[in-house]
Every structure is written in structure tokens, then in C-alpha cells.
Design a protein around this ligand. Structure first.
Ligand code: ZN
Length: 233
């Protein structure tokens, strides 16, 4: 029975929901984020706000929420030409993947998380990746992650588990999960403070939160919100 977890926490809707899920399940939860020169740095700033909001307004979870770790992985910008790290427009590539794809990003992040978890004595790595996501990133697939968990466990000689609470659910399901875990206060926190948009745009407040309203991430978040709202009535 695991009691400790390290959550890959980016400041977006998905990882915030995963963090709430981990706080519900585990006695000690730490968070890790990665700074790789992404265009949406506001997501990193959102992290601090979300963590302090959780500490302030969720007394049941606050004592379980431990240290936050922010790792600099500038090297990712050197090995990839993705629209997330460079000033190029979003588009689909010939291989069917959007050019927001940074090859192997999750492999790198989870391996670094494993190294940190080893040092911190944390047993479970939690990530908000999702197979039903439109993007179809190959490093978000369940097979990839479970194979990676095995490689990390063998390579560090420590039994790590990779948990993916959102793997099989869509964005409407993610909103429903937040409601189930933390009720309206958690849904409100996610709407107000998380950032999923591919751009740093935070001037327009939509029903589902802040964002440009036009990028694939905003579209996904909006459609999920609408589907969830419709399903509730
Ligand atoms: Zn957007």
C-alpha cells in the first residue's frame, strides 16, 4: 500500500486535478514542475498560485501537501523545434502530430521525476497524461508509461509506480472528477487559476477559465466544460 506520491504539476487543469486526487489518496504528496523555456510561462506562475490556494482553502489536504520542486530543463529547447518552445505557429505536421509535440518530453520528465522521487523517498509518480486527448502524443500512451515505469524501477533498483488518473477519461470527465474530489471550491480554483492555453493570453475570462479561446488546448477545455455542464442538467 503506497502512502507517498510525487505529482508532475504544470499548473494546468489536468495536473491540478491529478494533484487533488493524490492529496485525497496519499499521506505525503510533493510536486514537481519543469521550466524548459515554454512559451506559456504563465502556466509556471499559475503553479504557485494554485499551491497556495490549496494550502489556504483545503484544510483536509493542506497538511499532506509537501515541498514543490521546479527543475530547469533548458536542454529540451536545444533538442527540439516545437511551437511550445520557439516562436513558430501551431500546425499539424506530416506525421499527424501537432507541432506542439516535443519528442520524448514525458519520458524525460518522468525519468527526472523518478530520480527526485528516489531521493525524496516517494513511491508513486502521478501524471495527468491522457490517451483520449486529441493530440495522440506517443509518449502519453499507457503502454509507453507502463514500460517506462518498469525501466525506471529496474534502472534505479526501486519499485516505482506511474499513476495516470486521467488516462481513459475525456475533459468532461476531468471536470466531473474535480467536482467529485473537491466540490465547487476546487472547480472554481481550476477555472480561475489553472492555465491550459498554448498562449499566455489571460485577459478574457470564459465560463471555463482564461485563455485565447482559439488554440487546440482551449478548444478541448471548452468542449469538455460544455459537455460536463450539459450532462449535469
Ligand atoms: Zn488557447
Amino acid at each position: 500500500m503506497h502512502t507517498t506520491a510525487l505529482v508532475l504539476f504544470s499548473g494546468g487543469q489536468d495536473s491540478t486535478t491529478c494533484l487533488a486526487d493524490a492529496l485525497e489518496k496519499y499521506e505525503r504528496v510533493e510536486t514537481i514542475g519543469f521550466d524548459y523555456g515554454q512559451r506559456h510561462r504563465v502556466e509556471l506562475e499559475a503553479r504557485d498560485t494554485i499551491l497556495s490556494q490549496l494550502r489556504e482553502h483545503f484544510p483536509r489536504w493542506a497538511p499532506r501537501l509537501g515541498e514543490d520542486h521546479l527543475l530547469s530543463v533548458d536542454v529540451l529547447g536545444q533538442v527540439s523545434a516545437s511551437s511550445l518552445t520557439q516562436d513558430i505557429a501551431f500546425e499539424m505536421q506530416a506525421n499527424g502530430l501537432p507541432n506542439t509535440f516535443v519528442p520524448g518530453r514525458n519520458l524525460l520528465f518522468l525519468t527526472l521525476a523518478g530520480a527526485l522521487a528516489y531521493r525524496r523517498g516517494l513511491e508513486v509518480l502521478v501524471t495527468g497524461v491522457c490517451e483520449t486527448d486529441f493530440s495522440g502524443y506517443p509518449d502519453c500512451r499507457n503502454d509507453t508509461l507502463q514500460t517506462l515505469a518498469k525501466a525506471i524501477s529496474l534502472g534505479m533498483d526501486a519499485p516505482f509506480t506511474i499513476e495516470t488518473p486521467l488516462m481513459r477519461i475525456d475533459k468532461a470527465g476531468t471536470w466531473a472528477m474535480a467536482q467529485r474530489l473537491g466540490g465547487t471550491p476546487l472547480v472554481d480554483l481550476i477555472v480561475e487559476h489553472t492555465h491550459s492555453c498554448y498562449t499566455p493570453e489571460r485577459t478574457t475570462r470564459w465560463a471555463w477559465g482564461y485563455g485565447c479561446g482559439g488554440c487546440p488546448a482551449c478548444g478541448l477545455r471548452q468542449r469538455g466544460w460544455e459537455k460536463w455542464q450539459t450532462g449535469k442538467t
